[in-house]
Ligand binder design. Structure first.
Ligand code: ATP
Ligand code: MG
Length: 333
């Protein structure tokens, strides 16, 4: 059992990761990061940057290194706290690759072949390397190695957690009750944040608004959010990416005001975009300051990540050892 007791309160172990596959954006922030940073107050949060996963698509050492460090600084700037939670870089705890191998031996090829995310990526033209194919086994190892009880995911990741449950059940049946069977938590309230082209905002679609880029880049991205051809003296569409992105920063009352501004003729899209830009800069101002500080004090970033890696390793060793014992890898009896 991974449950942690603090002052008599039961904290559930929640695990979530993000790929350093590009610059983190408003979709990542509202869909995942903000939630995780909040979770660390009420749960035993395990959150990590999954650089082994990103290797399935990034084959450029400098890019992977930069993305990884930038993602870590983004999280720390936004409030991830290595004292309150366990926050680390996946490859700092390489035990996960050993568990991936151990688990691979109870996973059927058929299960991997049914992976919809793998099939989607092939359809998008990605080369079918073995990393991409067996990605769900690495993800299962990520989850099981830390005794995770709850895994909050977007709809796109649902099947991977179901696979993890299948793999854990199969392993436990074969070798004894070692792994916690994780619960899947789909946040129904969270909606997909649209990109500036109206499709889902994604690191890899070149349609994102980054959280931490320079002001000019963010302004340019905001100004290029796709809009229709409504004129100033016409009402504007509230079922549009501009309205949806703007609403993320507002409370209910402010959303009603925004709706009013959209539906009442007299304002141009350009003016609305300018206020959205100011809103974004306002929202992230304190975080931007922290981000700049971290960039100039990398030692403090490395130190936070070291604390996280040590905490994560301790838990990983415990589960890995049990798996090694059960499967016969620890031969010194
Ligand atoms: P990639 O293009 O490499 O798939 P991505 O931008 O889709 O990158 P992921 O690493 O796949 O990001 O997802 C990280 C987290 O961010 C996940 O929890 C995912 O659900 C969430 N997320 C990603 N994009 C969005 C979005 N547009 N709206 C809401 N949540 C999102
Ligand atoms: Mg994605």
């Amino acid at each position: 059992m991974a449950t942690l007791f603090i002052f008599g309160v039961i904290l559930k172990r929640v695990l979530s990761g993000i790929q350093p596959s590009g610059q983190l954006h408003l979709g990542n922030y509202f869909g995942m990061m903000k939630r995780m940073i909040h979770y660390q107050e009420e749960n035993d949060l395990f959150c990590f940057i999954v650089d082994y996963h990103a290797m399935t698509t990034i084959h450029d050492g400098n890019r992977l290194r930069d993305n990884t460090l930038n993602a870590a600084m983004d999280f720390l700037a936004l409030g991830m706290d290595s004292e309150k939670s366990t926050f680390w870089i996946q490859s700092d705890v390489p035990q996960v690759t050993e568990l991936t191998w151990i688990l691979s031996n109870v996973v059927s090829v058929g299960l991997m072949e049914r992976g919809t995310s793998y099939k989607d990526k092939l359809a998008k033209g990605l080369k079918a390397n073995m990393g991409l194919f067996s990605y769900p086994i690495l993800m299962a190892a990520d989850i099981l190695l830390f005794g995770s009880e709850v895994v909050p995911v977007g709809k796109d990741q649902k099947q991977h957690v179901e696979m993890t449950r299948d793999i854990a059940i199969r392993f436990n049946k074969t070798f004894g009750n070692i792994f916690t069977i994780p619960e899947l938590e789909i946040d129904k309230g969270s909606q997909l944040v649209p990109g500036i082209d109206g499709q889902k905002m994604s690191k890899s679609y070149n349609n994102s608004i980054p959280i931490f880029d320079d002001e000019n880049t963010i302004r340019k991205k905001v100004m290029s959010i796709m809009t229709d051809s409504s004129k100033v003296d016409e009402g504007k569409n509230t079922d549009s990416p501009l309205f949806k992105i703007y609403s993320l920063f507002l409370n209910e009352e402010e959303i009603l005001e925004l709706k009013e501004r959209f539906t009442t003729p007299g304002t141009g899209y350009g003016d609305i975009k300018k206020s959205l830009f100011l809103q974004i800069m306002d929202h992230f101002r304190p975080f931007r300051e922290k981000r700049t500080y971290l960039e100039n004090h990398k030692d403090s970033v490395y130190e936070s990540l070291q604390i996280g890696a040590e905490k994560a390793s301790t838990v990983a060793e415990k589960y890995l050892n049990q798996a090694r014992n059960a499967t016969g890898l620890n031969y010194r009896v």
